[in-house]
Design a protein around this ligand. Sequence first.
Ligand code: CP
Ligand code: NVA
Length: 302
Amino acid sequence: MDHLLSIKDLSQEQLKELLSLAKKIKANPAEYRHALDGKSVVMLFEKPSLRTRVSFDIGINKLGGHCLYLDQQNGALGKREPVSDFAANISCWADAIVARTFLHSTIETLAEHGSVPVINALSDLYHPCQGLADFLTLSEQFDDVSQVKLAYVGDGNNVTHSLMYGAAILGATMTVLCPLGHFPDGQVVVEAQALAAKYGGKLILTSDVEQLTEQDAIYTDTWISMGDDTDLSEIKAKFQPYQVNKTMMKQAGANYFMHCLPAYREVEVTAEVVDGEGSLILQQAENRMHAQNAVLVTLLGQ
Ligand code: CP
Ligand code: NVA
């Protein structure tokens, strides 16, 4: 493993190893206190963040490393100098780059032209750190993740893509329920289906809310992602049947609710569900740090 650009690049063994390492670090942080001694990580963010920024900063600190946060105050990435030069220069000082960018191609450029590991902290296409934390969360609830039935409801987006790859590689069953015109990226669907076939997973895509039965967990995300300038009023009526509420949870028979956050109450999910019993949102948020620390230890640890 040289970088973490997308979950699709991981084998089942690598993915399981990361989840198992994350559990070890979570259970026994003192053992990893010096894992990143002397290492510096640059965190480059083109978009806002609470969970990702804070969990990386504090997580790196807990592993004995140091991190430097770069936002866009000194000018937009790629404006003053090409992203390729930026990557090469940062590699002179830092041991890794964590990047949240608008375009996934920017993260690929960083990985191509830098000489240190690059970790995708969210792009328009993927959110692998979120996916890892979510499967860590599921593996804490279910002994065998390959038996889990996970449904993602709403806008097919970067989070959906990473969950699809993760579920496929772990051999789980995932249903993706989206309004017509808002399905995940076609290429990602093809790749995830191929991974599901390889690892014994099952991926179902549908627009029919009635099909949402016999699920273990329902996951949703914002209907409008960062960088998407759609007005909520334009899509609200179309998305309304896909709101996760008590009725949907009951119909699906799902005990657990998941969301990467930030959540918009009474939009994609009702407050009753997101703040209710069975909501795993804070466990997911906490696990961001443990999952990312497993990635950092794997890429940089000594
Ligand atoms: N879930 C997540 O990535 O949150 P932030 O955008 O706050 O980092
Ligand atoms: N799909 C959302 C995830 C935020 C963590 C976005 O890209 O804005």
